[in-house]
Design a protein. Structure first.
Length: 312
């Protein structure tokens, strides 16, 4: 990890325009902040606007933490977390989590109890659900690579019983495979109009890729994918769209000078980046108007205000 030092200059040199199109998204009077550090491997940031706080996972520490905006304080939200990774909210505000420990997708109810939404497909157990998003119709979409059953640090070693698929759990409880030929699917998000699902292929050959799948049929199926971004160097992880359809992607693992966030326009052209001293695993938009970018990066959590809003 590179040494962290906050910058007193505006604009913050950690925010870099790779194309003039990015200038409109830079908030020139904002600086990169490190909100908290000292964790083992942070993931799954999820903003709760009604409570003014951010939840995020520390997978090896088997905990979900809460950072409160008003007090700048971090506390344990849930421990054990069942080695939770990705988190999001459903359309009525409940927490949806991907748990490596139980190899399932769960929902935290209003009373704090936890319900299992998906743990098996047909006759096999899921591998280790990784990241999750909820569509406007209430359907839950998640990736299921084998990362959490490959070792005892990020999960528990076990034999895979299923392929590494992308799933959709419809509002009526039907679980279906929507993409079955993705090599270790990781982060995912919808375009603002929900007509495209973007999926990170973490074990792509010969390079890692970000795939674009058209949403088809009843809205719970995907057409054939195209390669939107051939990543070449470094590894993308979690990603989110802003209101204009730009992709903000966590990046790292490879060269130190690639650690942070890369931003691509809807055609896949790189337009900007945010340089971090650590690999960025995942991110989300939050704050009062969804214009603050929160980044979970290895041992720390970072934030910066940007001049765009996250897609709903």
């Amino acid at each position: 990890m590179q040494p962290w030092q906050s910058c007193a200059r505006y604009p913050d040199p950690a925010v870099i325009a790779l194309d003039p199109a990015f200038e409109k998204y830079r908030q020139p009077l904002a600086r990169l902040e490190r909100l908290a550090t000292g964790f083992q491997f942070t993931e799954g940031p999820c903003w709760f606007g009604d409570g003014g706080y951010l939840l995020f996972s520390d997978i090896p520490n088997n905990a979900i933490y809460r950072w409160i905006e008003a007090t700048d304080q971090v506390s344990v939200y849930r421990k054990p977390s069942q080695l939770a990774n990705g988190n999001t909210r459903d359309r009525v505000g409940r927490l949806i989590s991907c748990e490596h420990g139980t190899r399932s997708v769960t929902r935290t109810e209003y009373d704090g109890s936890v319900s299992v939404l998906a743990s098996h497909f047909e006759s096999g157990r899921l591998n280790s659900p990784n990241d999750v998003v909820v569509k406007s119709d209430g359907s839950i979409w998640f990736t299921d690579p084998a990362f959490g059953i490959s070792n005892d640090y990020m999960g528990r070693r076990a034999q895979a019983e299923l392929g590494t698929h992308v799933y959709c759990l419809t509002a009526d409880g039907t679980l279906k495979v929507v993409a079955e030929h993705v090599r270790s699917p990781n982060g995912l998000c919808f375009s603002p109009d929900e007509q495209v699902l973007y999926v990170v292929e973490s074990r792509g050959v010969p390079t890692h890729k970000i795939l674009a799948f058209p949403v088809t049929g009843d809205g719970h199926s995907l057409g054939s994918s195209t390669v939107l971004i051939d990543c070449r160097e470094g590894i993308p992880d979690g990603l989110r769209c802003d209101e204009d359809g730009n992709l903000w992607c966590g990046w790292g693992m490879g060269r130190d000078d690639l650690d942070g966030v890369f931003v691509f326009d809807p055609t896949g052209k790189p337009i900007g980046r945010i340089r971090l001293p650590e690999r960025c695993a995942n991110l989300c938009f939050g704050g009062s108007v969804r214009s603050r970018l929160f980044m979970t990066a290895s041992q720390s959590v970072y934030a910066i205000h940007v001049n765009t809003r996250g897609a709903v």
